[in-house]
Write a protein that binds this ligand. Structure first.
Ligand code: DSN
Length: 413
């Protein structure tokens, strides 16, 4: 990374950046929502597009000087349309939470009901958790997973018939199974609800063809661009043509001001990368690594929530399996250089700050080129660190092995 000017002018930020690079290089990033962007995406993020105000959309802006912002925004839109087969795309949302708020506000009125997935069952804060602004504006009702660990669609249908929500929302941040898009569509049709899905976690797996594309089934699709899709930190909304105007208006001027054009340029680059055949291989490998993780960790006696995984992550009940809390496991794994996050499991009796589970994802290690063999090693280290979470000597020993593996799969060289 070229930081020569930063080094001269701001030693503090320079040092922090250098240290963060070292942390990323020497550790295994296994937070399911994180990834490593390419050098080209990084370069696009650092371009002069950051200087430009571009309220409006390509060809109809409020300020002058938009010849080149129009080029990059149009490229991002066209590439995203091609990737997902979408009728309309808005690439301006700053991230996933704003994208969801924008989508709600485009088609709902305050007080309208939304049927979304309960947070502890794998949903997301912005799908209706009481601490969010969206929950102050709309009335959320949470659906859950059933005894088999999968979404209970019969119960969801009953709830929809009883509550008559204006919107049914699919999507998750910790659920590990494939969704039944057809069933969601049938239920939405039955109660005449708008059908939305938040694909933030699996967007890259969909773009790479490893998970079925939900776009044909849903009215509105929101996503982030920085998770499995491996783009810059940002958001995006895809929708059917009939919602296009409402989504664009709700984005700007409804919710946001000027789009971050450097970010949009980087989105265009990332979408271009995702259109390449190599991204298909990447998406398949991400899931294959997650399945290895599931098999190996289960073999060590760790319980997989939802009965296993179909995507890029596993949710592990460490407290139920080994009597180690999610927080203890997260700290122990940090000590060996593996970054994960503590996570609630369905109807978790423990608190969100020290829940029963941890969530582990494979998108970033797969970007580094790690495959089944490395994932098996990693699973062994994860289990050993959990079992020996209070044994500093063992943790140090494993940390050395993690560092040695990372050296073989360099980043940004
Ligand atoms: N923070 C993201 C995640 O980790 O899933 C979702 O917003």
């Amino acid at each position: 990374m070229n930081l020569k000017n930063l080094k001269k002018t701001d030693s503090k930020v320079y040092e922090a950046t250098k240290n963060e690079l070292k942390r990323q290089e020497e550790g295994l990033e296994m937070i399911a929502s994180e990834n490593y962007v390419s050098k080209s995406v990084l370069e696009a993020l650092g371009t002069v597009f950051t200087n430009k105000y571009s309220e409006g959309y390509p060809g109809r802006r409020y300020y002058g000087g938009q010849e080149y912002t129009d080029v990059v925004e149009s490229l991002a839109i066209e590439r995203a349309k091609k990737l997902f087969g979408a009728q309309h795309v808005n690439v301006q949302p700053h991230s996933g939470a704003p994208a969801n708020m924008i989508a709600y506000s485009a088609v709902l009125k305050p007080g309208d009901k939304i049927l979304g997935m309960d947070l502890s069952h794998g949903g997301h804060l912005t799908h209706g958790h009481p601490v969010t602004l969206s929950a102050q504006i709309y009335k959320f009702i949470g659906y859950k997973t059933g005894k088999d660990g999968k979404i209970d669609y019969d119960e969801l249908e009953k709830m929809a018939i009883k509550e008559k929500p204006k919107m049914i929302l699919a999507g998750f941040s910790a659920y590990t199974r494939n969704l039944n898009y057809k069933r969601f569509r049938q239920i939405a049709n039955k109660v005449d609800a708008i059908l939305m899905i938040d694909i933030a976690h699996i967007a890259g797996l969909i773009a790479g063809g490893a998970i079925t594309n939900p776009v044909p089934f849903f009215d509105i699709v929101t996503t982030t661009t920085h998770k499995t899709l491996r783009g810059p930190r940002g958001g995006m909304i895809l929708c059917k043509e009939e919602y296009a105007k409402a989504i664009d208006k709700a984005t700007f001027p409804g919710f946001q001001g000027g789009p971050h054009m450097n970010n949009i340029a980087a989105k265009a680059v990332a979408f271009g990368e995702a259109l390449k055949p190599s991204f298909k291989k990447y998406a398949v490998q991400v899931i294959s690594n997650a399945k290895v993780l599931e098999k190996e960790l289960s073999g060590y006696g760790l319980k997989m929530m939802f009965g296993g995984t179909d995507n890029h992550m596993v949710l592990v009940d460490v407290f139920g399996s080994k009597g180690v809390t999610g927080k203890e496991a997260e700290v122990a794994l940090d000590k060996i250089g593996i970054t994960v996050n503590k996570n609630m499991i369905p109807d978790d009796p423990r608190s969100p700050m020290d829940p029963s589970g941890i969530r582990i994802g494979t998108p970033a290690i797969t970007t580094r080129g790690m495959k089944e063999e490395e994932t098996r090693k990693i699973a062994n280290w994860i289990n050993a660190a959990i079992e020996n979470h209070d044994d500093e000597k063992v943790l140090k020993m494993i940390h050395r092995e993690v560092k040695a593996l990372c050296k073989k799969f360099p980043l940004y060289r």
